[in-house]
Design a protein around this ligand. Structure first.
Ligand SMILES: [Zn+2]
Length: 76
């Protein structure tokens, strides 16, 4: 993956978060923290978000194919 691919990937993750509304008040989520979780099966991008309206917390997890994924799990 090129840096450009990575940027597009992260943008698509943000667009998913931006299109997800709080189940309590229908507010928007703000990303507080981004972590990378490394598992045996690959890496995950973990976004810790809070609702800007009521403060409800939500964690989004996405596959992070560009971060240290064992070669057997690469898609292409
Ligand atoms: Zn809310």
């Amino acid at each position: 993956m090129t840096l450009n691919n990575i940027m597009q990937y992260i943008e698509s993750e943000y667009s998913i978060i931006n299109n997800t509304h709080c189940k309590y008040c229908n507010g928007m989520f703000i990303t507080e923290e981004i972590l990378v979780e490394v598992l045996n099966t690959g890496a995950l991008d973990v976004f810790h978000c809070t609702c800007e309206n009521c403060g409800a917390e939500k964690t989004f997890k996405f596959n992070a194919p560009f971060i240290g994924v064992p070669s057997q799990y690469k898609l292409n």
